[in-house]
Design a protein around this ligand. Structure first.
Ligand code: PMP
Length: 423
């Protein structure tokens, strides 16, 4: 029995399904996860003593690689001065000031401890400000595990209507979540027409990542902006995955569309528990204690997390995002050539340092195409690459991430391994 197998067996006795996060194992049937013990840069080492080049990077949190010395120094320096104060701290103010300086749509920002909290809070704010209850999200979109988002999300099984995608979600809550099709503006227009003046917010990832990487079709984000303006609806960009990964100004900067509210996540904290939301000051002023909307958190604005955030932001301001995109393109192009030589139909969608390998003979521009990809072939690719020392996401609808910790040598070794496996 390997160390991972032994740990998983123990875990299954005391942790439901053996994992704290279902995404750490295969969704469909629990498979033994690899337990990790240490990591540095692009490399991660398992409890079984195997080293991998990592393309999961803590679900995209680690833009600068594992255990970056500058981030580690910021964290350890802050911890020595107190882990949590139960009071506001200087770093929280500095981070908020810097975020509002760097991100165009941010007038004001609130810190929290997860993307789940931030997304739920942003929708509550939109509801408070509009006095409306309904929400539009997209099929296949994930915005954390709050009740209102557990409808047709990537983890909750497929559904075509506003029905709960998880047990325990009240129908009354799910019924307020209306479903658009990503990259299909007409689907959103129809919903807005049918629910005249009842839709508080549209929440969308500027680049879809919850179903694998699917970039926005030309005019899609601009169209959402206009529909929101015409209908008095709040446009929320969930940039949990894209903020700071797609450059300093995230998806909104890449595509030149300004949302009313955005959600920022774990990248900013270098992988520590974190989420934030912010945007237009007239909306954000509704929050208590100034306004009448309650949202709080004992660990919100935590000094250690804020110190990590300041370190990450400083590094992001100096980072060469173009070089990282180029490195990622080398891997993507190399993989495309390798799969072509194996007669294996593939489409690899890449945006910046994120990509998804879709085993598909047709372009993947929407959820319908994502649902047709060959997941079994991906699973085989993933299993064989893992055996060779390369840690790819477990499902074929997830995002592979590179980081500033990845080197040319990692990419070239990955390509050599991919060329050597049989598919
Ligand atoms: N939004 C998106 C787009 C996500 O991918 C995730 C999860 N990574 C979340 C929200 C929830 O974030 P968290 O896991 O920090 O609660």
């Amino acid at each position: 029995m390997t160390a991972s197998e032994e740990l998983f067996e123990r875990a299954c006795r005391v942790i439901p399904g053996g994992v704290s996060n279902p995404a750490a194992t295969c969704y469909e049937k629990a498979c033994t996860p690899i337990y990790m013990e240490s990591a540095f840069g692009s490399r991660i080492r398992s409890a079984d003593g195997q080293e991998f080049v990592d393309y999961i990077m803590s679900f995209g949190s680690l833009l600068f690689g594992h255990a970056h010395p500058q981030i580690v120094a910021a964290i350890t320096g802050a911890i020595g001065l107190g882990v949590s104060f139960g009071a506001p701290c200087r770093q929280e103010v500095e981070l908020a000031e810097q975020l509002c300086r760097v991100v165009p749509s941010l007038d004001m920002v609130r810190m929290l401890s997860s993307g789940t909290e931030a997304a739920a809070s942003a929708v509550r704010l939109a509801r408070a400000c509009t006095g409306r209850d309904k929400l539009i999200k997209f099929h296949g979109g994930y915005h954390g595990f709050s009740d209102m988002f557990m409808v047709a999300c990537s983890c909750g099984g497929p559904s075509n209507r506003s029905v709960p995608g998880s047990r325990g979600v009240p129908q009354a809550t799910a019924g307020n979540t209306l479903l658009g099709q990503y990259n299909d503006l007409a689907s959103v227009e129809t919903i807005l027409k049918r629910n005249n003046e009842d839709v508080a917010a549209i929440i969308v990832e500027p680049v879809a990542t919850s179903m694998g990487v699917v970039p926005p079709a030309s005019g899609f984000l601009e169209g959402l902006r206009k529909l929101c303006d015409d209908n008095g609806t709040v446009l929320i960009f969930d940039e949990t995955v894209t903020a700071f990964r797609l450059g300093l100004t995230g998806g909104q900067g890449c595509y030149g569309v300004r949302p009313d509210l955005i959600i920022i996540g774990k990248i900013l904290s270098g992988g520590l528990p974190f989420g934030a939301y912010g945007g237009r000051a007239d909306l954000m002023r509704e929050l208590g204690p100034q306004g009448k909307l309650y949202q709080g958190g004992s660990t919100a604005g935590n000094p250690v997390v804020m110190a990590a955030g300041l370190a990450v932001l400083k590094m992001a301001e100096q980072a060469d995002y173009e070089a990282l995109e180029k490195l990622t393109s080398r891997l993507v192009t190399g993989l495309e050539e390798i799969f072509a030589a194996k007669d294996c139909p593939v489409r690899i969608n890449q945006v910046g340092s994120m990509f998804t390998i879709f085993f598909s003979a047709q372009d993947v521009c929407d959820l319908a195409a994502v649902q047709k990809v060959d997941l079994l072939r991906y699973a085989e690719f993933c299993r064989k690459m893992r055996a060779a020392g390369f840690n790819f996401p477990l499902t074929g609808q997830s995002v592979c991430m590179t980081s500033f910790g990845h080197r040319l040598e990692d990419i070239d070794r990955t390509l050599e391994a991919a060329a050597a496996i049989e598919l």
